[in-house]
Design a protein around this ligand. Structure first.
Ligand SMILES: Nc1ncnc2c1ncn2[C@@H]1O[C@H](COP(=O)(O)OP(=O)(O)OP(=O)(O)O)[C@@H](O)[C@H]1O
Ligand SMILES: [Mg+2]
Length: 228
């Protein structure tokens, strides 16, 4: 039975000194395993913030999320072990080599083939000659590819990617997009990608943009989106 995530009436706002910033109000959204979604929108619209809510990494100011797995409804925080998250700022561990960054999620799961699988993934993202480099010894695009390998190496059910091709040249961006979408298809995973790239967004089955705190859905299949 495919799993899905539901975000219900989610609102997010931040209080900073004397001002309150409201990003969005009462957003509803369902993300189904096996489907791909693209979120676009202007800088500062709240795309990264929304991604952290859908993935259960952060809590909305109001509203809540549920993770429905094997017909059972759980809190979104229980999704943690089933997600691969590619952060906009990568968030690699600075003390670890590329190889150990990618192997870490597998080691934490007790996988004895962690190093072998991590090596294969680094080769897949074109970094087989950089496996022993630490993040500070890698370019932005190389760090981004390490982050992508780390997010996909354990075949998560839900993949969240925040600007995954933002630091890559066109050829590399196409290769990485191929890897993301193939991984989603092969593992029947959900892919939710935040991007400023129309080319990347157009590859997703469901596209919507976040503008002025509202969703503007550009294609409508099984994704249920509403805002009020
Ligand atoms: N923890 C926080 N405290 C206060 N304001 C925040 C916080 N996190 C985000 N914001 C504000 O929320 C707004 C949206 O931020 P977010 O990073 O989600 O935008 P974005 O759509 O991902 O932008 P970009 O395309 O530039 O990455 C920004 O104006 C930001 O300053
Ligand atoms: Mg962002």
């Amino acid at each position: 039975m495919p799993s899905y995530i539901e975000l219900k009436n989610a609102s997010q706002s931040f209080q900073t000194n004397d001002t309150q910033v409201t990003l969005f109000n009462n957003l509803n959204l369902t993300v189904h395993q096996g489907e791909s979604y693209a979120i676009t929108g202007p800088s500062g619209a709240g795309k990264s913030s929304l991604l952290t809510l859908i993935s259960g990494l952060e809590q909305p100011s109001t509203g809540h999320g549920v993770y429905v797995n094997a017909g059972q409804s759980k809190a979104l925080s229980e999704l943690r072990s089933d997600i691969g998250f590619i952060f906009q700022q990568f968030h690699l561990l600075p003390e670890l080599t590329a190889l150990n960054n990618v192997a870490l999620p597998l080691k934490l799961r007790g996988d004895k083939d962690a190093i072998k699988k991590a090596t294969a993934w680094l080769s897949k993202v074109g970094l087989n000659d950089r496996i022993n480099h630490k993040p500070s010894e890698l370019s932005g695009g190389e760090q981004q590819r390490v982050a992508i390998a780390r997010a996909l190496v354990f075949q998560p059910k839900f993949i969240f990617a925040d600007e995954p091709t933002g630091n890559l040249d066109q050829k590399c961006a196409i290769e990485i997009a191929d890897i993301l979408f193939t991984c989603c298809q092969e593992n029947n995973a959900a892919l939710v990608v935040v991007t400023h790239s129309d080319a990347l967004a157009n590859r997703a089955t469901h596209q919507f943009s976040l503008i002025d705190g509202q969703f503007n859905q550009q294609s409508n299949q099984t994704l249920e989106v509403a805002s009020c």
